[in-house]
Design a protein around this ligand. Structure first.
Ligand SMILES: Cc1cc2nc3c(=O)[nH]c(=O)nc-3n(C[C@H](O)[C@H](O)[C@H](O)COP(=O)(O)O)c2cc1C
Length: 185
């Protein structure tokens, strides 16, 4: 009997049309597909700002949909810019909404983290904060390899592929570790 395909959900912390982080996410998704996984990206621009008064009345449709997609995924790929040394409010807002009771869809879910920045730091500081928030929601963030794409404004070619072979190899490793972690789950 053929085994079910691994199904991965991608989240980008940037809503920018030409986002380096969304490009990075697409690179990771393409690697995952080449390894047999199914991939989907959820557009976080649909998620309203968290407000407990709204939550009390019921989850908005977009939040409900994202919660379902996280639940039904086997793992997540998350790419976020660094904003003021942290990950973006867009991503934090989505994590806050989707982690609310009664069920937390992140619990035990393997998550691969990556980030890109035009600076030399490659979103390294944002990822530490993201790891902390993922710990709060009991997700299983993959520790290594860590993907910090610095000088992101020159890191992608005209087809939006990562140019540097070392960056690509590291990304391939991260996706492979994510798939391996999911298979062992
Ligand atoms: C509000 C704001 C804060 C930022 N803070 C940082 C920062 O702390 N570190 C950094 O490397 N880049 C910072 N940047 C620059 C972003 O890395 C840059 O805009 C990047 O292109 C955003 O990612 P994206 O291309 O995926 O949208 C900041 C940008 C904005 C808009």
């Amino acid at each position: 009997m053929a085994s079910a395909k691994i199904n991965l959900l991608g989240l980008s912390g940037s809503l920018r049309k030409d986002s380096f982080n969304t490009k990075l996410l697409h690179n990771a998704m393409e690697i995952a597909r080449s390894l047999g996984a199914e991939t989907k990206i959820f557009d976080l621009s649909q998620i309203p700002l968290y407000n407990q008064d709204i939550e009390t009345k019921g989850f908005p449709d977009s939040v409900q949909e994202l919660r379902k997609k996280i639940f039904s995924s086997n793992g997540l790929l998350v790419s976020s810019p660094e904003y003021n040394f942290s990950f973006t409010g867009v991503l934090k807002n989505a994590i806050d909404w989707t982690s609310r009771p009664p069920e937390n869809p992140f619990s035990g879910k393997p998550v691969a983290i990556m980030g890109a920045s035009p600076s030399g730091f490659g979103a390294v500081r944002s990822q530490l904060h993201l790891r902390q928030a993922l710990m709060a929601v009991n997700a299983h963030a993959i520790n290594y390899p860590q993907i910090h794409i610095s000088n992101a404004d020159t890191a992608f070619d005209e087809k939006e592929k990562l140019k540097d072979s070392k960056n690509l190899q590291q990304l391939e490793k991260l996706v492979a570790v994510l798939l391996e972690t999911i298979s062992k789950n």
